[in-house]
Design a protein around this ligand. Structure first.
Ligand SMILES: [Zn+2]
Length: 300
């Protein structure tokens, strides 16, 4: 492997916030960014921003710039240069080749529809009659994976992987989120993941990948997800609004959902300093969803 694959060698806490630039930063993503930042800073760790733009059909560079501007306006600065996934396709290709060499992946022509028809099983002809454009999938795992989540408790993934062969490279040539996120967290030596509870469902596949690649996964925890009055995640699909830059009241409301009251702070810096001292993930214990409060509906 070339030098670009040498892991960053540090032993201290390294956290990250990894938005996908499919739209501007919204209130839900500000809450996630803050949680990962506060957890890192409370433990005198580094906090790194990574742009997860492997899906070239949905991501736009202009949104990356906008997201970083907004984070900067809230004094959330990456301690290292921002890593942009779309610039590292060769790295993902090398790890995919390694998995091909070990026969841990298979080429697949199945569509979501054809998989439903076969109860999620891949018929034998799926790999034998491979067309020029096909996806690469990770072979199913017989293992049961567990994750000791300091907020959500012990997560055990039993049935998730038996019939589930995650796509690592798509038919259209783009690498999947799952492969890119695991490779990057490993190469950037990320020690702790603090992310939204909507990503719990991706954890089993990521633990599976860590397992086959022979790597130790980071410590993973999932903060409650802010949901809109219909019970849905705040997202671009649900027309989430862009948050206003450098707006102290918005920051204070985001901290409120992390059970932090910094309402007497007179500046963003002061609110963040107080929030680092007050951050306590135990206050979020076992909470998966937090409905947006009526006074905050204008923010989403
Ligand atoms: Zn298949």
């Amino acid at each position: 492997m070339s030098n670009s694959h040498v892991k960053t060698d540090t032993k201290h806490y390294r956290g990250r916030f990894a938005p996908s630039p499919t739209g501007p930063l919204h209130f839900g993503s500000l809450v996630s960014a803050l949680a990962s930042y506060l957890d890192a800073k409370k433990q005198q760790g580094s906090w790194i921003i990574r742009i997860e733009d492997v899906d070239g059909t949905r991501c736009k560079p202009s949104f990356s710039e906008q997201i970083i501007d907004t984070l900067t306006s809230y004094q959330l600065h990456s301690d290292e240069p921002v890593r942009t996934q779309s610039q590292h396709s060769e790295t993902y290709e090398e790890y995919l080749s390694e998995l091909k060499r070990q026969k841990l992946v298979f080429p697949c022509n199945c569509t979501r529809q054809s998989l439903t028809q076969f109860n999620g099983n891949h018929p034998s002809e799926c790999s034998s009659t491979v067309e020029a454009s096909h996806s690469w999938r990770l072979k199913a795992s017989p293992n049961i994976y567990q994750c000791r989540d300091k907020i959500q408790g012990l997560l055990t993934f039993t049935d998730d992987l038996k019939n589930n062969c995650p796509v690592l490279k798509r038919k259209d040539g783009y690498f999947s989120y799952q492969l890119a996120v695991v490779v990057d967290d490993h190469l950037q030596n990320i020690s702790h993941l603090v992310r939204g509870a909507d990503l719990i469902e991706t954890t089993a596949q990521q633990l599976h990948l860590y397992d086959v690649l022979g790597w130790t996964p980071p410590d993973i925890c999932h903060i409650p997800l802010i949901i809109n009055p219909s019970g849905d995640k705040i997202s671009k699909q649900n027309h989430a609004k862009a948050i206003e830059n450098a707006h102290l009241p918005t920051l204070l409301r985001a901290l409120h959902y992390l059970q932090i009251n910094a309402d007497n702070a007179s500046s963003i810096i002061e609110a963040l300093t107080q929030a680092i001292n007050m951050w306590n993930p135990n206050k979020l214990k076992d909470i998966k969803y937090l409905p947006i409060e009526s006074q905050d509906r204008h923010l989403i």
